[in-house]
Ligand binder design. Structure first.
Ligand code: C5P
Length: 215
């Protein structure tokens, strides 16, 4: 049978990562956090001493990435420096093209023979998997997202300044939604969920109900 695909998009710290993991677990689907791929490309370029905004260097790093690449498991990918580098390489068309194959293969043939796949990112419902059975666009106000990110950093013992986190969030939002290729926006057939006033359990049950109605 053809694998079921659930596409979950949204801006940084919208809660889409946590939601995607819970959905994958509940349905027995494989999960791909596609942000990790862009982060890996960004970090590879930085490590090679390059500039993430340099198209050629970024494209080279993207073509070298494959599912077994050890960089995909590194904690270094979770840092803010990695996120900023990711959003720079993400604006390079060759990088997006190189990562498209990786993501589509995962969706078509979920690892472990899972009956479906959950992919989360910025352009899953619009570009990577436009035929996904269920599409969710998870969002929240930039202030709420910055607050959530700040709490997460504090929980991990990473010192951070509230105003810096908010500014970084705004800068990344602007880069992600204003770029020419695959900008962040909900697919026309996506279920848009603003989580500003919802907790993780409420978001989860609304998402499950939506997916249930589509699959
Ligand atoms: O989701 P995460 O914060 O890990 O993504 C890091 C960056 O990677 C985003 O800011 C975005 O620029 C880029 N990205 C993307 N398309 C995706 C996933 C991530 O452009 N599908």
């Amino acid at each position: 049978a053809k694998a079921v695909v659930v596409a979950i998009d949204g801006p940084a710290a919208s809660g889409k990562g946590t939601l995607s993991q819970r959905i994958a677990e509940a349905f027995g689907f494989a999960h791909l956090d596609t942000g990790v791929l862009y982060r890996a490309v960004g970090v590879s370029v930085l490590r090679a001493g390059g500039d993430p905004a340099d198209n050629a260097a970024a494209a080279r790093a993207a073509y070298e990435l494959h599912p077994e690449h050890p960089i995909l498991q590194e904690v270094a990918l979770r840092t803010d420096a990695a996120a900023q580098a990711a959003s720079k390489v993400a604006a390079v068309p060759e990088v997006r093209a190189a990562l498209l194959d990786f993501q589509r293969r995962f969706a078509a043939h979920p690892p472990g023979g899972a009956p479906g796949a959950v992919l989360d990112g910025r352009d899953i419902g619009t570009v990577v998997c436009p035929d996904a059975q269920a599409k969710l666009f998870i969002t929240a106000s930039v202030e709420v997202r910055a607050e959530r990110r700040l709490k997460e950093l504090q929980r991990r013992g990473i010192p951070a300044i509230s105003s810096d986190v908010l500014e970084d969030m705004k800068a990344r939002d602007a880069r992600d939604s204003q770029r020419a290729v695959a900008p962040l926006r909900p697919a026309v057939d996506a279920f848009v969920l603003d989580t500003s006033a919802l907790d993780a359990d409420q978001v989860f049950s609304m998402a499950v109900a939506h997916i249930g109605s589509k699959t």
